[in-house]
Design a protein around this ligand. Structure first.
Ligand SMILES: Cc1cc2nc3c(=O)[nH]c(=O)nc-3n(C[C@H](O)[C@H](O)[C@H](O)COP(=O)(O)OP(=O)(O)OC[C@H]3O[C@@H](n4cnc5c(N)ncnc54)[C@H](O)[C@@H]3O)c2cc1C
Length: 481
């Protein structure tokens, strides 16, 4: 009887540097690559519409890559444990491998699956494949998890040389006979009402595109990353976040690509980029050790922060639609809606605006991002929102409130980014592009703009709302952490 191993793909949709795949190859004659679609198992963080769009493309590419190596992806739907039990029994598979994930719902599910299948006599092996270091491997001198990024990353820095990689196999063992699955379209991951033209025009999901994007970035833009990374009007960052989230590219492979060009990842000019991979690690470290932070502030004082009580729904909707009357905020929110992605600088600005100027809970912003980002990632999104709201580990202090006008003038100095996403402001001179409400009537006339008609007047006064946020913060400031 041939030995069949099941390779359970989840958010590791690649053949390169895939430890679970190599684990299978070391003990099988037949390989069964499997994807189980059961989004409810990730509840309450069921993947949003933009993530599902990406997933479809990524699975299609994975199926293609497996076929070209003599294998075949089996796609199914249903409870993971039931499905794995059924398939193991139908194929006689005695071995199951997967790469680990660290979000609370998946960890709980995986533990359950592991226990049940092991009790049924199946060999179950999980592997590290999503991060540079397992979250429990990096600990402070006293054995505690880190809460300060610089110390965490210093510790990781001493171990970057340990990050080895595994090449993609040239060919794969055949799949066992007698198993049939679903066509990818039957998962209905793509929208029925076609809202996705912006995504289609912008992104190519899949492992091959991820590698090509990484190579282009490292050879063309990485040397200028330090200067360009904060400029939403430029192509200064890698846009690899969805590929890293879905595991089309492993962080270890990316680090290896970096060292092939620069040798020392802590040397200029590449250090600032590698440090961002460090933030990704830190996000996973925090989510693993503090799983409650997806919904509750890590700094418990903030549970008592008095959020806005009136008009919240209208203000939230204006923020979501990119109709706040603050150009940089609106540009970011419209970029998000159109591309399923937003530049990091603008993510910080729109998050500060929501949580401080509008005084709406960060959890509302995190939810909207979750539904609209193609790179929606529970670890990074939680870290980003808690950092912006001032209530997370190593967060921006609450009283440091971004001024979106000054941010715009500094990081989008000619207003190109705002003009791209808010074309109705396109004819405003640079001087007023980030503050149209200060433009004299003649300038507005000349630009064909009436505030409240073609473009909204600001939904809040930036100075007054800043003062109100600081006053709200005063009420919790003295509490114990
Ligand atoms: C409010 C808020 C929400 C966010 N939500 C997400 C999210 O859901 N998913 C997500 O991947 N990132 C999130 N980020 C982090 C960051 O904005 C994105 O990772 C980055 O903009 C992606 O663009 P890039 O690939 O060009 O990044 P690059 O600058 O090229 O960085 C390379 C990689 O490093 C990682 N990275 C960079 N910055 C961060 C960071 N601050 N935290 C964690 N990882 C980072 C990403 O994987 C990124 O692809 C959020 C940030 C904020 C402020």
């Amino acid at each position: 009887m041939p030995n069949t191993a099941i390779l359970w793909f989840r958010r590791d949709l690649r053949l390169d540097d895939n430890p679970a795949l190599h684990g299978c190859l070391s003990d099988c004659d037949h390989l069964l690559p499997l994807y189980i679609h059961e989004p409810e198992e990730e509840a309450p963080w069921v993947p949003g519409a933009a993530s599902r769009w990406w997933l479809h493309g990524s699975l299609a590419q994975l199926a293609h890559d497996l076929r070209s190596r003599g294998s075949q992806l089996l796609v199914t739907r249903g409870d993971s444990l039931d499905t794995l039990t059924r398939i193991a029994s139908a194929t006689g598979a005695r071995t199951l491998h997967w790469n680990r994930l660290y979000d609370p719902a998946t960890r709980e599910r995986d533990t359950r699956v592991k226990q049940a299948l092991r009790a049924a006599g199946i060999k179950v092996v999980s592997h590290p494949g999503s991060v540079l270091f397992e979250p429990w491997e990096i600990a402070s001198g006293s054995g505690e998890p880190y809460r300060v990024f610089s110390a965490f990353w210093r510790r990781c820095g001493t171990r970057l040389g340990e990050c080895t990689t595994l090449d993609a196999p040239v060919s794969l063992p055949p799949a066992p006979p007698l198993v049939s699955g679903l066509a990818l379209d039957e998962l209905m991951l793509r929208p029925r009402i076609p809202w996705d033209s912006g995504l289609q025009a912008t992104w190519t999901p899949g492992e091959a595109a991820a590698h090509a994007r990484a190579r282009t970035f490292l050879h063309t833009h990485a040397a200028d990353y330090r200067q360009q990374r904060d400029r939403p009007d430029r192509t200064g960052t890698s846009a690899l976040s969805p590929a890293l989230h879905f595991g089309e590219l492993s962080p270890r492979r990316l680090l290896r690509m970096v060292t092939e060009i620069w040798e020392d990842p802590s040397a200029e000019p590449i250090e600032p980029f590698v440090r961002e991979l460090g933030w990704r690690e830190f996000a996973h470290h925090l989510l693993y050790h503090y799983p409650h932070t997806t919904d509750a502030p890590l700094d418990p004082r903030f549970a008592a922060l008095p959020w806005r009580e009136t008009d919240a729904e209208r203000l939230l909707e204006a923020w979501q639609r990119g109709a706040t009357g603050i150009p940089l905020v609106d540009a970011g929110m419209r970029e998000l809606w159109e591309l399923g992605w937003m530049h990091n600088r603008t993510r910080m600005v729109v998050a500060s605006f929501l949580t401080k100027n509008l005084r709406l809970p960060w959890q509302l912003g995190a939810r909207w991002f979750w539904d609209t980002l193609v790179d929606a990632d529970l670890a990074a999104n939680t870290l980003g929102w808690q950092w912006s709201a001032g209530c997370g580990a190593d967060a921006a202090p609450y009283f440091r409130i971004f001024n979106p006008v000054l941010q715009g003038e500094r990081f989008d100095p000619r207003g190109d980014y705002v003009r791209r996403w808010c074309p109705e402001l396109g004819r405003l001179p640079v001087k007023f592009i980030h503050r149209p409400w200060m433009a004299p009537p003649a300038v507005l006339d000349h630009a064909g703009l009436r505030l409240g008609r073609e473009y909204p007047a600001p939904i809040v006064d930036l100075q007054d709302s800043r003062a109100a946020a600081l006053a709200a913060y005063e009420t919790i400031k003295g509490r114990a952490r």
